[in-house]
Design a protein around this ligand. Structure first.
Ligand code: ZN
Length: 232
């Protein structure tokens, strides 16, 4: 069996020979500075079986459209993050500089999970303070706020005035994310969609219908990696 084509990278930090399968289906061999390049072909040949399996998986995933993002755009909060990936046995996401994330993972599945965790954390940092600020602005009190990953709802409000926000709100426009929060805050007054309820919404946001229309379309626009249950 022939070995797949690969590129070689000499690293001062690497401690041992390493194989990496990178999207969309590229093989890289990392060679520690103290290891001679003449060991590389045998090393690759010894792992060719494993490599072919990994390559097949990587190409299959990439053929289905880009899964792991190089850039994460969060329009609601005007943030854009560059994402880089590396092979690591212990998965983690490191914020390597202002708008850069370094994802270390053993594979696509783990990288995807890590990004979801990161998204959840970011949504928890950003959405509740925004809701609290709107609540003060509008004079509509709520009790507690939770941020969740949901497949079919953007938010909800309970009779106890507990508001739940979908973390995917980060992917919609700022005006529409704001509308959804106003929508839920108005439910603290009317726990229904009566004309009184909509009149209250309209008093804060006369063009609320445009945002309602955007929200109906926006579920389809959530990137695949960010969908709850994806890759489980
Ligand atoms: Zn509602």
């Amino acid at each position: 069996m022939s070995t797949p084509p690969y590129s070689v990278r000499v690293s001062a930090r690497a401690k041992r020979l390493q194989l990496k399968v990178l999207p969309p289906g590229r093989v890289e061999v990392v060679v520690p500075k103290h290891v001679s390049l003449k060991h590389v072909p045998l090393f690759v040949a010894e792992h060719s079986h494993w490599l072919r399996r990994q390559l097949a998986r990587m190409t299959a995933v990439c053929a289905a459209g880009p899964l792991l993002p190089d850039v994460i755009r969060l329009p609601a909060v005007a943030e854009q993050w560059q994402v880089a990936y590396c092979q690591a046995s212990r998965g983690r996401v490191v914020r390597s500089d202002e708008w850069r994330l370094q994802v270390g993972a053993a594979g696509e599945r783990q990288a995807c999970r890590l990004l979801q965790q990161w998204l959840q954390q970011r949504a928890r940092q950003l959405l509740p303070p925004w809701l609290a600020q709107l609540s003060r602005e509008l004079g509509l009190d709520f009790n507690r706020v939770t941020v969740r990953a949901q497949k079919s709802r953007w938010g909800s409000c309970s009779a106890q005035k507990n508001i739940n926000l979908n973390r995917a709100l980060l992917f919609v426009s700022p005006g529409t994310a704001r509308y959804l929060m106003i929508h839920e805050l108005c439910h603290t007054v009317h726990l229904n969609h009566s004309w009184r309820y909509w009149a209250l919404v309209e008093s804060f946001l006369p063009r609320y219908r445009d945002h309602e229309a955007e929200l109906r379309q926006a579920m389809q626009a959530i990137p695949r990696w960010a969908l709850p249950g994806f890759y489980e």
